[in-house]
Design a protein around this ligand. Structure first.
Ligand code: PRP
Length: 193
């Protein structure tokens, strides 16, 4: 597989995960989740915007009754280091009391976003609260997070594609690429998901 268009190639150091590698892993995660949630009618909560591609692929492979909802929280704002403060930009459209909830994230980096969201959701008394994350950067963790279903542990590099962006670019790519440091250094960013 090529690394992208000529313009993208200039910005990418490498392809971290191909479309096929991601697809295989998502399939395996879906099997694990389906086995544990078959009779639980889970509510999958996608965290906007980064999780939408993962959520769309995952839910189509989960051959069990389920519902989805979306929440939008941001701690990165314009895109450099996490601010440490999470802003809730869009809340859920339904009550989660008594529901088996699975929060779906594209990446757990410092853990700040998820820690805040989990605290918020736990107050609403779900029957259970689990986490599905495609990617985790353990070297960057500041908040303790137990990920129930994890796709890949990845090194501390700036990755884009499959829902993840740099300054809103590259979310549409079907694979995950590593951004060259010089591609984000100009914007004053040094290390974000
Ligand atoms: C990204 C990502 C996670 C969060 C992870 O979201 O989607 O929600 O950062 O970082 P953390 O573990 O350090 O909190 P971002 O705020 O960039 O918004 P986006 O999903 O719209 O890109």
């Amino acid at each position: 597989m090529g690394i992208g268009t000529a313009a993208q190639e200039e910005d990418f150091a490498s392809v971290l995960l191909t479309e096929a590698q991601i697809g295989e892993r998502v399939e395996a995660l879906a099997r694990e989740i389906a086995a544990q949630y078959a009779d639980k009618h889970p509510l999958l909560i996608g965290v906007l915007k980064g999780s939408i591609v993962f959520l769309a692929d995952l839910m189509r492979r989960l051959d069990i009754p389920l519902e989805i909802d979306l929440i939008c929280a941001s701690s990165y704002g314009g895109g450099s280091e996490t601010s440490g403060t999470v802003t809730l930009l869009k809340d859920l459209s339904q009550d989660i009391r008594g529901r088996h909830v699975l929060v779906v994230e594209d990446i757990v980096d410092t853990g700040t976003t998820l820690r805040c969201l989990l605290d918020l959701l736990q107050e609403r008394s779900p029957a259970s609260l689990g986490i599905v994350a495609l990617l985790s950067k353990p070297d960057r963790r500041r908040a303790h997070i137990d990920i129930d279903f994890l796709g890949f542990e990845i090194p501390d590099e700036f990755v884009v594609g499959y829902g993840l962006d740099f300054a809103e670019k590259y979310r549409y790519l079907p694979y995950l690429a590593v951004l060259k440091p010089e591609a984000y250094a100009l914007a004053g960013d040094d290390n974000t998901p």
